[in-house]
Design a protein. Structure first.
Length: 109
């Protein structure tokens, strides 16, 4: 089992999850975070820290979501820098919390 960052993080990028991760498995992009699934130790402490419910256990995702978000978290964790300290969320994060399909709109082009 692993934990994965999903669509709710896009355009929000709260980093409270980063500050509690015991293995520093978070990676930072311009407008969202990802978890390296190979580094995650499945402790789950990050889930409760995420104010926008963006982090899910792989077993809690549908089969389709699991494939999509595992691929995205793996891909970006290999190219983005590791983040180990909490930062401020994006300035307009509260405006994007309930917007669906943010990854497709703001990341994939």
């Amino acid at each position: 089992m692993t934990y994965l960052v999903t669509d709710n993080c896009v355009k929000c990028k709260h980093t409270t999850c980063v500050s509690v991760c015991p293995v520093d498995c978070f990676y930072e992009g311009e407008n969202f975070l990802v978890i390296n699934p190979d580094e995650c130790i499945d402790c789950g402490v990050c889930v409760a820290e995420c104010p926008v419910d963006a982090i899910y256990a792989d077993v809690d995702l549908t089969e389709n979501e699991l494939v999509i978000w595992t691929d995205r978290n793996t891909k970006y964790s290999k190219i983005w820098p590791n983040i180990t300290e909490q930062k401020e969320p994006l300035p307009d994060a509260d405006l994007w919390v309930t917007v669906p399909n943010k990854f497709e709109t703001f990341v994939e082009s």
